[in-house]
Design a protein around this ligand. Structure first.
Ligand code: CAA
Length: 290
C-alpha cells in the first residue's frame, strides 16, 4: 500500500500540470512575442520575468496579450530551473484594464460562449509563486491581474482601481471577489461603486500590497524577492502557496486540514530532510527540489 505521504503528494492539485496552460508550446522564454517581453533573471537565472509591453495602449489587456502572457507563464511553469515569476508593466502603467476598444461592441451571446476574457483565469492555476510589480495604473482587469498574483509590490506612483462602473459595466476578472476578500467590504464597495482609485500608500494600508518602492527600483526589488523564493525548495514552496491560497477558498476547518496534510507531505521530500539536517549541522541547506 502506498504510504500516507505518497498519497497526499499525489492528491494536491498543485502537482498536476495545468490543463489550460499546457496546450500551446510554441514560445520559449525570450521568444517571439509582440505584446510582452519574457526573460530569465536573477544570479542563478531562476526567476522568470514577464513584462507587459503594449505602451501605446497603457498595457490594455487585449486577447493576444493575454494569450502571450499565458504562453510565457506556461513556459516558466514547466521550466524546472525557474522557482518564481515576476509580472510587471511599464513605469507608467502596469495595465489599464481589459481592452475597451476590443470589447465595446461584443454581444451577450459572444460573452456567454466564453470568448470574452478567454484564458484570464489561467494565471490562478500556476503553482509557482508570482510577484506583481506594479508601477502606475493597475485599473480594472489590471488590478484584477495583480490580485491573481501571490505577492504585490508597488512603485510609489501606483494607482489601483476598478473603474468599470464608469463605462457601464462591472469587474469581470475577479475584482468584486478577490479585492473584497483582501481589502474588506467597505473599501471594495467604494472602489467598485465609485470607480475611484487608491494610491500605493492607501493600498498598503488596506493590505492589498506588501511593500512600496521607488519607481525605478521596483522591478529589481521584486526580482530579489523572487530569487529568495526560488532558492528554497521548489516543491515545498508550491505546497506553501497552495496552503495559503486555501485560506481564500475554504472554510477554516478545511484549510487547517489541508495545511496539516501538506505539512505532513513535506516529510516525504528529500528537501525536508536536507533542510532540517542542515539546521542541525549548522550549515546552509542545499535543496534539490525532490
Ligand atoms: N482599453 C483600450 N485602450 C486603452 C485602455 C483600455 N482599458 N486604457 C487606455 N487605453 C488607450 C487610450 O484609448 C489611448 O489610446 P489612443 O492614444 O489611441 O487614444 C491610450 O491608451 C492612452 O490613454 P489616455 O489618453 O486615456 O491616457 P491618460 O493618461 O489620459 O489616462 C487612464 C490614462 C486613466 C488609464 C485612462 O486611459 C483610462 O481611464 N483608461 C481606462 C481604464 C478602465 O476603464 N479600465 C477598465 C477596463 S474594463 C475591464 O477591465 C473589465 C474587467 O474587469 C475585465
Amino acid at each position: 500500500m502506498a504510504s500516507l505521504s505518497a498519497l497526499l503528494l499525489r492528491g494536491p492539485s498543485l502537482l498536476r500540470p495545468c490543463p489550460q496552460l499546457s496546450a500551446a508550446r510554441t514560445y520559449a522564454a525570450g521568444g517571439d512575442f509582440k505584446y510582452i517581453i519574457s526573460e530569465k533573471k536573477g544570479k542563478k537565472n531562476n526567476v522568470g520575468l514577464i513584462q507587459l509591453n503594449r505602451p501605446k495602449a497603457l498595457n490594455a489587456l487585449c486577447q493576444p496579450l493575454i494569450n502571450e502572457m499565458n504562453q510565457a507563464l506556461m513556459t516558466f511553469q514547466e521550466d524546472p530551473s525557474i522557482g518564481a515569476i515576476v509580472l510587471t508593466g511599464s513605469e507608467k502603467s502596469f495595465a489599464a484594464g481589459a481592452d475597451i476598444k476590443e470589447m465595446s461592441d461584443k454581444t451577450l451571446q459572444f460573452c456567454y460562449s466564453e470568448k470574452l476574457l478567454k484564458g484570464w483565469d489561467n494565471m490562478s492555476q500556476v503553482t509557482k509563486p508570482i510577484i506583481a510589480a506594479v508601477n502606475g495604473f493597475a485599473l480594472g482587469g489590471g488590478c484584477e491581474l495583480a490580485l491573481m498574483c501571490d505577492i504585490i509590490y508597488a512603485g510609489e506612483n501606483a494607482q489601483f482601481g476598478q473603474p468599470e462602473i464608469l463605462i457601464g459595466t462591472i469587474p469581470g476578472g475577479g475584482g468584486t471577489q478577490r479585492l473584497t476578500r483582501v481589502v474588506g467590504k467597505s473599501l471594495a464597495m467604494e472602489m467598485v461603486l465609485t470607480g475611484d482609485r487608491i494610491s500605493a500608500q492607501e493600498a498598503k494600508q488596506a493590505g492589498l500590497i506588501s511593500k512600496i518602492f521607488p519607481v525605478e527600483k521596483l522591478v529589481e526589488e521584486a526580482i530579489q524577492c523572487a530569487e529568495k523564493i526560488a532558492n528554497n525548495s521548489k516543491i515545498v514552496t508550491q505546497m506553501a502557496k497552495e496552503s495559503v491560497n486555501a485560506a481564500f477558498e475554504t472554510t477554516l476547518a478545511e484549510g487547517i486540514r489541508l495545511e496539516k496534510k501538506l505539512f505532513f507531505s513535506t516529510f516525504a521530500t528529500d528537501d525536508q530532510k536536507e533542510g532540517m539536517s542542515a539546521f542541525v549541522e549548522k550549515r546552509k541547506a542545499n535543496f534539490k527540489d525532490n
